[in-house]
Every structure is written in structure tokens, then in C-alpha cells.
Design a protein around this ligand. Structure first.
Ligand code: DDH
Length: 285
């Protein structure tokens, strides 16, 4: 047991599995959004990690600096307090885990519990202080297109295929007018990870939504789904589109390549001491 013995803390895989189980229990069966906190918890893990800059080796999930202003106040992080507050109860119950390990483990739990692939995960992140907050502007701007996507994700060390794989997370969740200003879900099953995002990108007709909000697309047939300009860039750009087509055809391939890229995202910039990764049991296993 990590927490009860005192002295040297060496949490075991079982200790982390208990954290996983507690997160899993919190996610579903509630009135929040589409009935799950899963999507916003995934987004927390992504925004904590996606600030990484490989050249300066700054940012990334190590530190959990989104706990502090100014990072907590960055426009891209609007709404993520919901996820941070939700996980506060887990931190109280398992005080030995760092926030940075907890947020990334919770994102893994959310992906797995929403029907996604196993994401091998390892502990070792340490919480930092306000001085490690990253400057605003490291996360993608949804109003932009392929050139911007490449600048942002190449800075983290990802390639075109990984950019497309990671973007498939938009099968999950929705945009909120009081957070990003955009509105609506990308798919008809926003609490299940599937390759529907790619299928819809290719198969639906998309047109600019006529409204007073920021420029976004809506599907012509039901007008109930949305795409951001950055999402549409994945089918406009020839190199990106190749991978959209690969994933639309093959969900297993999407799951494998998503798991690789998402697992790496959560590890960017973390000076791990151990190689061993844990694969957590899902509640449905
Ligand atoms: Fe995203 N995302 N994301 N996204 N994202 C939003 C919601 C969610 C962009 C913009 C937005 C990734 C990539 C990009 C999730 C996961 C991931 C919203 C809406 C915007 C805007 C926020 C709101 O109003 O609540 C842009 C731009 C990009 C890009 O250029 C590539 C990636 C890589 C991931 C990931 O997890 C790997 C998830 C999940 C959500 C749904 C959140 C929710 O509350 O629901």
C-alpha cells in the first residue's frame, strides 16, 4: 500500500488501478453534458500535455501547471476547471499521487471506459509550481488550418499521421458556447470512442453554419453535428486526408495508432525513472 505505510512511497500497479477504478466510477451515470465527464477529462489530459515544446523542453504534463493562473485562465483551457474539480476528490482519497500523474491516468481511464483502446501508462510525473506555467498560444487555434496544425504539432514532435490519429478524439464530447464559443458535437455518439469522426468527415456534406458565433461547419443533412475549421483541414490537405481515409476504413488501425500517439502525448517532456508501463483493466474487462 502506497499511502498507509508512510515512509518511502512506492505505489504499485494495484494502487494505480484503484485510482483508475475510482475515476471510472465518477465518469458516467450523471446529468453532465451527454451523460459522461469522460470527454472533458480526456481534454484535460491533452491540454496538460500538448503545451510541450521539444526545442526548449518546456511544457508537457509534468508539473500540472494548469492548476495555476495564468495557465488556468488561457482561453484554450476554458471549461477544464470542471475536470480538475472532479478529480480533486480522487486526489483527496489518494493523496500520494501527483496531480500530473492523476490527470494523465484519468485521461487514460476516460478513453478506455468510453470504449477506446488500452493506453499503456506509467507513473513518474512530479508537480511543479507557477514558474513552470507555459505561455499562452501553445495549443491549437480552431479557426486556423493545416499550416497552423503542423506548426503546433511538429513543435511537440508529432508527424502528419499522428496529427490525424490524435484528432480522432473529436469523436468524443462537444463544443460549448460558454467555453470555446463553438457549439455542438462532432458525432452522434459523443461518449464512445469510434472512427466515426473520420467517416463523417468523408461521407457527410459540410457547409458553413449560419449563425452569429465563430465560423464552424455543420452537416447539411441533420444540422446537428459540427466540424471546426481545423477538423476540415484534415480532408482538405492531401497528406492528412490519406490518413483520414485509412482510419475511416479500419477502426482497429485507428485504435492502434491513436493509442500509440495518445500514450506518447501524455509522456512528452517527462523525465521518467522507470521504463515499465501499466495496462489498466477496464471496468468492462
Ligand atoms: Fe479538441 N477541442 N482540439 N482535441 N477536444 C474541443 C473539444 C475537445 C481543438 C479544439 C477544440 C484535440 C485537437 C484539437 C478533445 C480532444 C482533443 C473544443 C471545444 C475545441 C474548440 C471546447 C469546448 O467548447 O468545450 C483543436 C483546434 C484541435 C486541433 O487543432 C488538432 C486533440 C489532439 C484531442 C485529444 O484528446 C488527443 C475532446 C475530448 C473534446 C471534448 C471536450 C468536452 O468537454 O466535451
Amino acid at each position: 500500500q502506497a499511502s498507509k505505510t508512510g515512509g518511502v512511497l512506492t505505489p504499485t500497479k494495484d494502487d494505480f488501478q484503484k485510482v483508475y477504478n475510482d475515476v471510472a466510477e465518477l465518469l458516467e451515470n450523471n446529468d453532465y453534458d451527454d451523460g459522461s465527464y469522460g470527454p472533458v477529462v480526456v481534454r484535460l489530459g491533452w491540454h496538460a500535455s500538448g503545451t510541450y515544446d521539444k526545442d526548449t523542453k518546456t511544457g508537457g504534463s509534468n508539473g500540472a501547471t494548469m492548476r495555476f493562473a495564468p495557465e488556468s485562465e488561457h482561453g484554450a483551457n476554458a471549461g477544464l476547471k470542471t475536470a480538475r474539480d472532479l478529480l480533486e476528490g480522487i486526489k483527496k482519497k489518494h493523496p500520494w499521487i501527483s496531480y500530473s500523474d492523476l490527470w494523465t491516468l484519468a485521461a487514460v481511464a476516460a478513453i478506455q471506459e468510453m470504449g477506446g483502446p488500452k493506453i499503456p501508462w506509467r507513473p513518474g510525473r512530479k508537480d511543479g509550481d507557477v514558474s513552470a506555467c507555459t505561455p499562452d498560444g501553445r495549443l491549437p487555434d480552431a479557426t486556423k488550418e493545416q499550416k497552423h496544425l503542423r506548426a503546433i504539432f511538429y513543435r511537440m514532435g508529432f508527424n502528419d499521421q499522428e496529427i490525424v490519429a490524435l484528432s480522432g478524439a473529436h469523436a468524443l464530447g462537444r463544443c460549448h458556447t460558454d467555453r470555446s464559443g463553438f457549439d455542438g458535437p462532432w458525432t452522434f455518439s459523443p461518449t464512445m470512442l469510434t472512427n466515426d469522426y473520420y467517416k463523417l468527415l468523408l461521407e457527410e456534406k459540410w457547409a458553413w453554419k449560419k449563425w452569429n458565433g465563430p465560423k464552424q461547419f455543420e452537416d447539411v443533412s441533420t444540422k446537428s453535428l459540427m466540424m471546426l475549421p481545423t477538423d476540415m483541414a484534415l480532408v482538405k490537405d492531401k497528406e492528412f486526408r490519406k490518413h483520414v481515409e485509412r482510419y475511416a476504413k479500419d477502426n482497429d488501425l485507428f485504435f492502434r495508432e491513436f493509442a500509440d500517439a495518445f500514450g506518447r502525448l501524455l509522456e512528452l517532456g517527462v523525465p521518467f525513472e522507470k521504463e515499465e508501463k501499466f495496462v489498466f483493466k477496464s471496468t468492462t474487462d
